[in-house]
Design a protein around this ligand. Structure first.
Ligand code: XMP
Length: 515
């Protein structure tokens, strides 16, 4: 594999993702992984990520300096570049830049880059993405400059005697025009990666790992949320240990229209594992009574999940493990990355807490994957395309889309509006082209006129976003005709709603969900 050393960059997982897109397995590791461990993993290349620290700060994160002598190609990005220039070139050569550079800028390749494998296929001028306050100010000893940008004379450097590269810009970000070319060049032309890694290989290894962890006897409880991730996790477990996995679907009364039936049907048709459905809608509603604070909703829902799981798991003989469909973005956004530098933005109740309380060991086979990779894995496991293509759905379900109090009447309004929106989106052929689309019910009433009468009714917001990774997202430019049709249908068909709005906020600054 290629190892990506995590120095706390918000883009670290993108580096891994781009490498995988180029057909090379990339694994994210702690920034200070000792060289002995690195050697055991037998990497063909190392990537040092960016990060918020300054290398001249005594407490800045550093790597084991012995990794520079492994003879393995290294690519340092942003902070990673500064670190290796400081360590291998001229100590003290990194300082705060005169002009901080954020955003798009022009990269100019120098003549020395003409024959360098890293820049094969990259034109002399292109757009790159910068985000830094520090920079390497003087050419470090033993390095050659390969490129400059407007405010950064050393935008790319290479060590003269070894394949050790530094890039001040971020090749992993889509705004860098030739970023994927540069990363592919590093992997294929510098590290000589075969480029044949795919979901098939991931699957084999994942199955092996699960068998190892679970052993010959252990049984696994797998919580199904109704979403894609937990279903793929269940399918993977079924492949690895067959009927020793017991799936539990908690119907919390917060699922979308028809969702419970769809999951039950998909499971009946595709797996030979046991599926237990717990009817708990009333209990969840009772717990949520009068609660309007979003985090409080999540916490209460999470706690009740734990209670129900504890009871269910206790009734399954030899159940020693709990499987969850946690994805990489969940881990990052819950502040649980390798070094935990990312801020906690929302408490995703499906990360942490649960297994400790249950006394079960946790299995998270999808922990390193991105959403689109999980979908590919699902297909590889034989799940139908329509099933794995479904938009993600948050664990706390409609509770976090029903702003204000969560009550049966309001949930029913939301469910019906949501179903209409999704039905029309599919009919327009746009469902698969949007990342996530849903309806939100606001705790706001407004005045309208229907027939000859004044109305004072509920407000539905339609939310649809385009996104690759759910870390950032842009609002979908849906056709006005489609929005008009959805609006008319909702107001006509869902009693109690007299106004429909469309959300035109991107993430950031908004989040995808409203709570
Ligand atoms: P946000 O709203 O944070 O959402 O931009 C990013 C992605 O995460 C999903 N999401 C959740 N998933 N439990 C989950 O399992 C949660 O509490 C939760 N909150 C948000 C959201 O639907 C989107 O796909």
């Amino acid at each position: 594999p290629v190892l990506v050393f995590d120095f706390g960059s918000q883009y670290v997982q993108l580096l891994a993702r781009r490498a995988r897109e180029a057909g090379t397995l990339a694994m994210i590791v702690r920034h200070d992984l000792p060289v002995e461990r690195v050697r055991e993993l037998n990497p063909i290349g190392l990537i040092l990520s960016g990060g918020p620290a300054s290398v001249y700060d005594p407490s800045a994160p550093r790597c084991d300096p012995r990794i520079f002598d492994l003879g393995v190609p290294i690519l340092g990005v942003c902070y990673g570049m500064q670190l290796l220039c400081d360590a291998l070139g001229t100590p003290g050569g990194v300082r705060s830049a005169e002009t901080r550079e954020y955003g798009r800028t022009h990269l100019h390749l120098l003549e020395s880059a003409a024959n360098d494998p890293l820049f094969t296929g990259v034109p002399p001028e292109s757009i790159v993405w910068m985000s830094h306050g520090d920079q390497v100010r003087e050419l470090p000893n033993g390095f050659r400059a390969l490129a400059r940008s407007g405010d950064c004379p050393l935008a790319a450097v290479v060590k003269t005697d070894r394949p050790i590269y530094g890039l001040q810009f971020h090749p992993e970000v889509v705004h860098t025009e030739y970023g994927q070319t540069i990363l592919s060049n590093f992997l294929k032309r510098v590290c000589h990666a075969p480029g044949d890694w795919n979901m098939g290989t991931f699957l084999e290894r994942a199955v092996e790992r699960i068998r190892c962890q679970v052993g010959e006897e252990g049984r696994v409880v797998c919580g199904l949320s109704g979403g894609v991730d937990s279903a793929v996790a269940a399918a993977l477990l079924a492949r690895a240990i067959g009927d020793r996995v017991v799936c539990v679907l908690v119907d919390n009364g917060l699922l979308r229209a028809g969702e419970r039936d769809a999951v039950v049907a998909a499971f009946r048709d595709h797996f030979a594992v046991e599926l237990r459905v717990i009817d708990a809608a009333d209990r969840f509603l009772e717990r949520l009574q009068g609660v309007t604070d979003p985090q409080e909703k999540r916490i209460r829902i999470g706690h009740l999940f734990i209670e129900l799981f504890r009871n269910e798991a206790a009734a399954i003989p030899h159940a020693r493990f709990l499987a969850q469909g946690t994805l990489y973005p969940d881990v990052i956004e819950s502040g649980g990355g390798a070094d935990g530098p990312a801020a906690t933005i929302k408490h995703h109740h499906n990360v942490g807490g649960l297994p400790a309380e249950l006394g079960l060991e946790l299995i998270e086979p999808l922990r390193d994957l991105f959403k689109d990779e999980v979908r590919k894995l699902g297909i590889e496991l034989g799940l139908p395309a329509w099933f794995v293509g479904r938009h993600p759905f948050p664990g706390p379900g409609l509770a976090v889309r029903c702003l204000g109090p969560v009550e049966p009447r309001r949930l029913e309004i939301l469910r019906r509006a949501d179903a209409i929106f999704l039905e029309e989106l599919r009919a327009a052929g746009l469902y698969d082209r949007t990342g996530q689309a849903f309806a939100v019910l606001l705790p706001v009433k407004s005045v309208g006129v229907m027939g000859d009468g004044r109305t004072y009714d509920e407000t539905i917001v339609l939310r649809s976003v385009d996104t690759d990774d759910f870390m950032t997202a842009d609002w979908s430019r849906l056709p006005h005709d489609l929005l008009a049709k959805v609006s008319t249908r909702i107001v006509n068909e869902v009693p109690g709603v007299n106004r429909v709005a469309y959300d035109i906020t991107s993430k950031p600054p908004g989040t995808i969900e409203w709570e």
